[in-house]
Ligand binder design. Structure first.
Ligand code: C2E
Ligand code: MG
Ligand code: MG
Ligand code: MG
Length: 283
């Protein structure tokens, strides 16, 4: 009986793996189609200060797949990353980021916009050139463009990463470390990088301030960031308690469902977010 149970288990794993492989291939194929047929859209999620004013926004990709319900970027971005398609997607996102900056500025609502840059995208030999070209072509103000990178980028090729970041900061763009605290990199690099900001990962925010360990982690990140002169954004803020705790601990801005879910840029412009609903956002 043990033997047949083992066999069943193997069969189970094999079919699960098969499913995963098939799903990956389907996503890969559909993603190419999605780019060509405008199924991809960029949404904006506000980052608010202690007065509830939107002081920036993160641009997040959404995929309206005709055959399925919404596919999360948490699923398709890693697939795109593996297949190399992230390079085309990344070019598109960069352009969308700049176009959005211009659109907001034209509406009199200019503010910094953060875009996510994947490691493969950052490591392209012509990445700096691409950023410079898109900024030139769109006329987007470089100082309002924030590039979010992850700690993974800092583990290998640190010298190359620093050199490239310096080239980009000399164009005027700024850097933010996304999902801070979840990577395996050493803290020693922090002082060597031309950083503007850290984003505290939502996994630490989720159980704060009730969980003493998460609370301590959040406070340590804030204290370190302060000493290094870095701005701090907390992501995944869903409750008033979290918001109060984060602001009291010195966090500069907050991003999360408590304030707003990511929304299409047109909706952002219509609602006038930071101006018309101050009482809703008041902390
Ligand atoms: P991320 O960059 O860390 O983005 C934050 C994620 O948290 C977003 O998930 C956002 O919708 C979600 N979020 C915001 N507020 C809350 C909250 O209060 N509670 C919870 N539970 N979640 C919240 P999303 O949009 O599903 O994106 C997932 C990840 O996919 C992103 O994580 C980013 O790593 C990646 N991604 C999304 N768009 C792009 C893109 O254009 N380019 C690249 N390279 N990666 C992207
Ligand atoms: Mg991000
Ligand atoms: Mg994040
Ligand atoms: Mg993430």
């Amino acid at each position: 009986r043990a033997k047949s149970a083992g066999r069943n288990q193997i069969a189970f794993f094999e079919s699960a793996m098969q499913f995963e492989v098939e799903q990956r291939l389907t996503i890969e194929r559909d993603l190419a189609e999605a780019m060509a047929s405008n199924q991809l859209q960029m949404y904006l999620q506000p980052q608010v200060d202690c007065e509830g004013q939107a002081v920036g926004a993160e641009l997040l990709m959404r995929w309206n797949h005709p055959g399925r319900s919404e596919v999360s970027p948490a699923i398709f971005i890693p697939v795109a990353e593996e297949s190399g398609m992230i390079l085309r997607l990344g070019d598109w996102v960069l352009r969308q980021g700049c176009l959005t900056l211009v659109r907001l500025a034209e509406a009199g609502k200019a503010m910094p916009i953060s875009i996510n840059v994947s490691p493969k995208q950052f490591r392209q030999s012509d990445f700096v050139e691409k950023v410079r070209a898109v900024l030139d072509e769109t006329g987007a103000p470089p100082s309002l463009l924030i590039l979010e990178v992850t700690e993974g980028l800092l583990i290998d090729n640190l010298e190359d990463t620093i050199a490239r970041m310096l080239q980009l900061t000399s164009l005027g763009v700024r850097f933010s470390i996304d999902d801070f605290g979840t990577g395996y990199s050493s803290l020693a690099y922090l002082k060597r990088l031309p950083l503007y900001e850290l984003k505290i990962d939502k996994s630490f925010v989720q159980d704060a301030p009730a969980d003493p360990s998460d609370t301590a982690i959040v406070q340590s990140i804030l204290s370190m960031a302060k000493h290094l002169g870095l701005r701090v954004v907390a992501e995944g803020v869903e409750t008033r308690e979290q918001a109060d705790f984060l602001i009291a601990s010195g966090c500069d801005s907050l991003q999360g469902y408590l304030f707003a879910r990511p929304m299409p840029v047109s909706e952002w412009l219509e609602t006038g977010l930071c101006h018309r609903q101050p009482e809703l956002l008041k902390l």
